[in-house]
Design a protein around this ligand. Structure first.
Ligand SMILES: CCCC/C=C/CC(=O)SCCNC(=O)CCNC(=O)[C@H](O)C(C)(C)COP(=O)(O)OP(=O)(O)OC[C@H]1O[C@@H](n2cnc3c(N)ncnc32)[C@H](O)[C@@H]1OP(=O)(O)O
Length: 364
């Protein structure tokens, strides 16, 4: 039978709504918008909402999708919804076969896989399909994982990424869910979150090691200045395109990078957005050592396991001796950077860059 013959019953429609809730594999924004629009059309008829403002990106996209359905009859929208959900069945079937560690809830985290073994707590960014972009939930989960790791019985803590990226930095959709207080409140909330987040790295008491498995962007790069060692695959790149995004440096990089790599080299990266290869980042002191990608995991984890057998108190105390003089200064730098960024996030330069990325007009 031709399913487009507008025969979907209310029961079919309800079944499809339930199926959507069971989808474990994210069908992507385009499909989610279509589902939203068809649902609204099927239940309420043609779009009857006032058009949201240009900066209210998510609600604007929803409104556009619904409005685009024009005067499509409710029954047709209901049928189209049922057909669309049934076309997603491959992702329904495969949801139970998702490999461990790929976008699946693990040890109480939605965006991370956190494991503890051989004296090493590994915190792995786990949004590979989004290049491990750090959304608001992930900022909170990383803080929670770091706090737990600082108290657990592991000797060292490692951050790494699942998939081909280490992390593409701040999830640019973080700028889109505008609270009732408007964009000013959003910028303030983000500044508070960022300050607390970076503070967890400044204060982390055990050796903290980055295993940079692939490209790193934005905040995932700047934070490396607060790590105790950084091991990188030769596939990794290091990119801080803040000016391109109308933003300014964070993660204490305005202080750590000029110290690590000289003010002139830091300027090329932080102001002009020069992307470094792993070899260049190593030559400039940001990366401890680079390994061929083919042997990266094996060589790095062998080394880390050996580190984790060292006397834990000696490791902690040595870290404290090395870092304690700088801690107060780093907190002050962090506060200032967040303050400056709060202003940047309200600028036209930043808004345009985010809108261009989200509307697929630009990429790094
Ligand atoms: C609240 C605290 C704020 C702290 C501020 C920190 C500042 C920063 O971190 S600035 C850096 C921000 N990051 C970016 O500007 C990167 C943007 N992403 C890209 O330019 C590209 O995605 C890429 C070069 C990283 C990868 O390009 P590629 O062609 O290989 O893959 P895509 O198809 O673009 O990506 C797959 C998928 O992932 C989504 N995505 C990737 N990165 C981000 C991101 N940073 N924010 C939001 N979404 C991201 C991308 O949109 C794709 O999604 P769909 O499959 O749904 O289209």
């Amino acid at each position: 039978m031709n399913r487009t013959a507008m025969r979907a019953s209310q029961k079919d429609f309800e079944n499809s709504m339930n199926q959507v809730k069971l989808l474990k594999k994210d069908p992507g924004n385009e499909v989610k918008l279509k589902l939203y629009a068809l649902y609204k059309q099927a239940t309420e008829g043609p779009c009857n909402m006032p058009k949201p403002g240009v900066f209210d990106l998510i609600n604007k996209a929803k409104w556009d999708a619904w409005n685009a359905l024009g005067s499509l009859p409710k029954e047709a929208a209901r049928q189209n919804y049922v057909d669309l959900v049934s076309s997603l069945s491959p992702s329904l079937e495969s949801s139970s076969q998702v490999e461990p560690g790929t976008d699946r809830k693990s040890t109480g985290f939605e965006t991370l896989v956190v494991t503890s073994e051989d004296g090493i707590t590994k915190i792995m960014f786990n949004r590979p399909k989004k290049k491990n972009a750090i959304n608001t939930e992930m900022y909170h989960e990383i803080m929670r994982a770091l706090k737990a790791a600082s108290k657990d019985d592991s000797i060292i803590t490692v951050l790494t990424g699942n998939g081909d990226y280490y992390s593409s930095g701040n999830d640019l959709t973080n700028f889109t869910d505008i609270p009732p207080g408007g964009v000013e409140e959003k910028a303030k909330n983000n500044a508070v979150l960022l300050r607390e987040f970076v503070g967890c790295f400044i204060d982390f008491p055990k050796p903290l090691i980055a295993v940079v498995n692939g490209p790193a962007v934005g905040i995932s790069v700047t934070l490396l200045g607060l790590f105790d060692a950084v091991y990188a695959s030769d596939r990794a790149t290091f990119h801080t395109p803040f000016s391109h995004l109308g933003q300014s440096p964070e993660g204490c990089s305005s202080y750590t990078f000029p110290k690590i790599m000289s003010p002139a080299k830091a300027t090329e990266m932080l102001i002009f957005g020069k992307k470094l290869t792993a070899g260049e980042a190593c030559a400039q002191g940001l990366v401890t050592e680079v390994f061929p990608d083919s042997t990266f995991q094996k060589e790095v984890w062998t080394r880390l396991k050996a580190f984790a057998k060292l006397p834990p108190n000696a490791l902690r105390i040595s870290k404290e001796v090395i870092r304690k003089r700088e801690r107060e200064k780093l907190h002050a730098v962090n506060a200032e950077e967040c303050n400056v960024l709060q202003g940047r996030w309200l600028s036209d330069e930043c808004t345009n860059a985010v809108v261009n990325f989200l509307s697929r007009k630009s990429k790094l």
